[in-house]
Design a protein around this ligand. Structure first.
Ligand SMILES: Cc1cc2nc3c(=O)[nH]c(=O)nc-3n(C[C@H](O)[C@H](O)[C@H](O)COP(=O)(O)OP(=O)(O)OC[C@H]3O[C@@H](n4cnc5c(N)ncnc54)[C@H](O)[C@@H]3O)c2cc1C
Length: 272
């Protein structure tokens, strides 16, 4: 049986459109960052992108996205990578993109309205806190706990590592162990935490990897080490089929390998 590797015409067309977009708009806009604030430059760029239908390529059309499949989306992302403003201009920057899809797939209607909508509109940013010193490729090493306080509210404690864009995020998806007695891959739940939050503290912000340049940290926010201490949930939760328990906390007011010392903390059950 032969495999057809030909790229479909529609995917080629969208790739061309995005390539043009990046060359004509995003790369020139990068220079504007020398004299103008990011919000101003990005705001103008996003308005133009949206008007051309270049918005949230991975998100279904009914939620205001382009509804692209994985192949077309991959081609789009490759083009956007040419400019530090590329992905942001179309609201498809990580970790927002995958986090949006998580809420889309597992959130309640309330959560979609309150948290997803502003993300889809590009009004807010979100980060994802899963990786820990003890949990990387094998996420089941996660030690962060979420324990009920007796009133159905969860209290989270632990640490996170490599939470990209946490310093510029308005909310975080935080993974924690809710059921230590469950089978290994079913012990964890996902929580939505509004930021800033006294229980979610950035201990250290590591400068961006993969991206270099004078504006990189302002644009992408770096990667953060997080301390989670007595982070209190607000009691709203939904147990979903895949044990994705989504809850929110109260809101008060160029590639480099991981640091070698990181490895010494690993206690992953998959390791010898
Ligand atoms: C740029 C960047 C951004 C990131 N952003 C985020 C983020 O926003 N949120 C977040 O939670 N995390 C984030 N991460 C962390 C990312 O999820 C981890 O880097 C990833 O899970 C791999 O973990 P590690 O780097 O600790 O590598 P390790 O887990 O230490 O793996 C190192 C090597 O060992 C191999 N390995 C590991 N375990 C096993 C095993 N059991 N058997 C065989 N081989 C094994 C791996 O395949 C790999 O080759 C980010 C990482 C990077 C580099």
């Amino acid at each position: 049986m032969s495999i057809d590797f030909e790229i479909p015409a529609e995917a080629k067309a969208i790739r061309e459109k995005v390539r043009q977009w990046v060359h004509d708009e995003c790369i020139p806009a990068e220079k504007e960052l020398d004299t103008k604030p990011l919000d101003e430059v990005l705001g103008k760029l996003r308005k133009k992108a949206r008007a051309q239908g270049l918005w949230c390529p991975f998100v279904p059309k009914e939620y205001g996205g382009m509804g692209l499949g994985p192949l077309a989306n991959a081609l789009v992302q490759m083009e956007l990578g040419e400019s530090s403003l590329g992905a942001l201009s179309m609201n498809t920057q990580g970790p927002d993109d995958a986090s949006m899809l998580t809420i889309l797939a597992h959130g309640t209607e309330y959560q979609k309205e309150k948290f997803l909508k502003p993300l889809l509109n590009g009004d807010k940013r979100i980060c994802f806190s899963m990786t820990e010193k003890a949990a990387g490729a094998d996420a089941t090493g996660m030690q962060t706990t979420a324990v009920k306080d007796g009133n159905e509210n969860y209290i989270l404690n632990g640490e996170k590592w490599f939470s990209s864009s946490a310093s510029v995020a308005d909310m975080a998806l935080v993974m924690a162990r809710t059921d230590p007695n469950a089978p290994r891959h079913k012990q964890y739940s996902t929580f939505i935490v509004e930021l800033p939050n006294p229980g979610y503290k950035i201990k250290r912000n590591i400068k961006n990897m993969a991206i270099e340049g004078p504006h990189a940290d302002v644009i992408h926010g770096g990667h953060s080490e997080i301390e989670i201490k007595d982070l209190k949930g607000a009691g709203r939760q939904s147990a979903r089929r895949r044990r994705q328990r989504v809850q929110y906390g109260p809101a008060p007011p160029r590639l480099r390998p991981p640091a070698p010392r990181h490895a010494q903390y690993r206690e992953s059950p998959a390791r010898p």
